[in-house]
Design a protein around this ligand. Structure first.
Ligand SMILES: [Ca+2]
Length: 76
């Protein structure tokens, strides 16, 4: 997945911020924090791309972002 900059299969706050910035968010830092709050089920401060991505995608969709182009490929 293109937003996973260091390839650890997790999205940390900085990566989320960059992702929302690329998606066109006006306040990517806030979105990243909300996103972690909602999607980080195990509370480790990162969104796991295997177990927690669903929450992240649902949040992004709720905000009106189209995320299919980012999630369809290269996750594994
Ligand atoms: Ca997590």
């Amino acid at each position: 997945m293109q937003f996973d900059a260091n390839g650890d299969k997790q999205l940390c706050k900085e990566e989320l911020k960059r992702a929302f910035s690329q998606l066109g968010a006006i306040i990517p830092g806030y979105r990243a924090r909300r996103c972690l709050y909602i999607a980080d089920a195990d509370g480790d401060g990162k969104v796991d791309l295997v177990n927690e991505l669903d929450h992240l995608v649902r949040y992004a969709l709720k905000l009106g972002y189209s995320v299919n182009q980012y999630t369809n490929n290269n996750i594994a």
